[in-house]
Write a protein that binds this ligand. Structure first.
Ligand code: UDP
Ligand code: MG
Length: 335
């Protein structure tokens, strides 16, 4: 077992961030130096900028900086693929070398001073550390309310999310490896990490204003992101169609029966009733077909069904190299 401090890679997706990058590079670099000095991270740690097909000087800034700054490195994607896929590209690249990775936006809206706490939690044995916003003061009223209703809806649909957590998180190599087994195309990363089920914890921070530049998430992208989140994790909307069909079916049956016996309170034109009945039956039919499509949707994803946390069979139990973590875990699981 070696007790070297872990190699950290900070993954930063960037799309047209030339305005924010210089400041981001300065701040992250001095943070890296500090963490190295405190021996919390290895000297080979680095910051991986992912240029998501920017049209401005983003890539030349990254490339230039990588020559004179040993912490800075980058990859350039061939075209703009969007934040989630750019982030995934960064994670998968980081996985090749690092012991743990932290993702953060290029605009420094997330408080980088809590990164030290992330690392401390990693040293304590946590595989995933979620950065969670305390308040949303810097967001507009609109963004706050839409975000809140989004979390509520997701909860109702049975999708587990960490409340007020975006994409500021630490992942151990093992969490990255497990994530990599999710081969789906329709990516909603923050829905996947709670599914992995490793030991995880939260660190709270206040979200700030962008250092520079403007948001790359206009309303249209935000809506389509939310819709992706729902439809890539849940088939509940389909089920609601079936329920609606049954509901209408029963209502029209009741009204139809009352009508037949000439109950004075309801007197509806029979044609109307048959219209409702047929509408209801159609909804049930669509819902039923939807159920099967839903099953196909789940199967096509071919998601991994489990993640092994401890393997006493082959003995390669915890890949992480700190002995005390392993002993702690063993103790906990043998209890
Ligand atoms: N981003 C990206 N590709 C895109 C859009 C955004 O890589 O197509 C990056 C962007 O550079 C930033 C992060 O994703 O680092 C979050 O974007 P932004 O800050 O604009 O979103 P907001 O904080 O306003 O929700
Ligand atoms: Mg931002």
């Amino acid at each position: 077992m070696n007790n070297q401090p872990p190699m950290l890679t900070i993954v930063v997706p960037c799309y047209n961030e030339e305005a924010a990058l210089p400041e981001t590079i300065t701040q992250l670099t001095s943070l890296m130096k500090e963490l190295c000095q405190k021996k919390l991270i290895g000297k080979n740690s680095n910051i991986l900028f992912v240029d998501d097909g920017s049209q401005d000087r983003t890539w030349s800034l990254i490339a230039m900086e990588s020559v004179r700054n040993k912490f800075v490195t980058g990859i350039k994607l061939a075209r703009n693929v969007g934040h989630q896929k750019a982030l995934l590209a960064g994670y998968l690249k980081a996985r090749e070398k690092c012991d743990c990775a932290i993702s953060i936006d290029a605009d420094l809206q997330d408080d980088i001073t809590v990164i030290e706490e992330f690392i401390e939690n990693y040293h304590k044995g946590y595989e995933i550390v979620y950065g969670v916003r305390n308040r949303r003061d810097t967001d507009t009223f609109f963004k706050r309310t839409t975000a809140l209703s989004f979390y509520r809806l997701m909860e109702k649909l049975g999708i587990e999310l960490v409340y007020n957590h975006a994409d500021f998180r630490l992942l151990s190599k093992r969490a990255l490896d497990e994530m990599a087994r999710y081969s789906e195309n329709n990516l909603f990363l923050r829905g996947i990490f709670p599914l992995l089920g490793f030991r995880s914890t939260k660190v709270f921070y206040d979200r700030k204003e962008r250092v520079a530049g403007e948001t790359k998430y206009p309303l249209k992208k935000m809506l389509s992101f939310a819709l992706d989140g729902i439809t890539s994790f849940s088939i509940v909307p389909i089920r609601y169609i079936t329920f609606l069909g049954f509901f209408l079916f029963i209502i029209s049956l009741i009204i139809g029966t009352l009508n037949v016996f000439h109950f004075p309170i309801v007197s509806v034109n029979p044609t109307m009733i048959s219209l409702w009945l047929i509408g209801a039956l159609q909804l049930i039919a669509i819902g039923t077909v939807g159920e099967y499509i839903g099953k196909i949707f789940i199967e096509v994803k071919a998601r991994p069904k489990f993640a092994v946390e401890i393997d006493l069979y082959t003995g390669s139990m915890v890949e992480r190299n700190h002995e005390h973590i392993r002993d702690n875990l063993l103790f906990e699981y043998k209890k």
